[in-house]
Design a binder for this molecule. Structure first.
Ligand code: DQA
Length: 151
């Protein structure tokens, strides 16, 4: 992929992910969200894509951000946090923009409480990566770049 106008990938972080590093570190690890964002931008440069990141604790802001990606981005990476398990609005926004989505989670949802086993996002995603801590995001970015290259 050329460096002139690299494809743009939007990475969305949902509620409470701004507290990574302090929040239940035995589940989510000690890496901060700022560390993850810097790592994603660095890896993005290596892979020939521009990475944009956005975190919000508000469902409507995440919906608006997904809508704004429609004509600007080639793919989305989403960790919707707890909205994963509740939000019809987020999956509708993803379906509306029609961009390929990679769903990521730090923790392995399927080892946790049953209410975390269902994801509304999954039905609109190309695939899901969970359980690798911060590395889930980097695997997700590699997956998203693979999807873009194939398209
Ligand atoms: C999470 C898993 C969700 O169940 C939880 O509500 C989160 C984080 C994860 O990355 O493991 O906030 O999405």
């Amino acid at each position: 992929m050329g460096t002139e106008n690299p494809p743009r990938i939007l990475v969305l972080h949902g509620p409470n992910l701004n507290m990574l590093g302090q929040r239940e570190p035995e589940i989510y690890g000690r890496t901060t969200l700022a560390d993850i964002d810097v790592g994603l931008m660095t890896l993005g440069r290596e892979l020939g894509v521009a990475v944009e990141t956005f975190q919000s604790n508000h469902e409507g802001e995440l919906v608006s951000k997904i809508q704004s990606a429609r004509d600007r981005c080639a793919a989305l990476i989403i960790n919707a946090g707890a909205y994963t398990h509740t939000s019809v609005a987020l999956v509708d926004a993803i379906l509306a923009v029609g961009l390929p989505v990679v769903e990521v989670h730090l923790s392995n949802l399927y080892k946790r409480e049953p209410f975390r086993h269902h994801s509304y996002i999954a039905r609109a995603a190309v695939g899901q990566i969970c359980g690798f801590g911060a590395e889930s995001y980097f695997l997700g970015l590699r997956a998203a770049v693979g999807v873009i290259k194939k398209a």
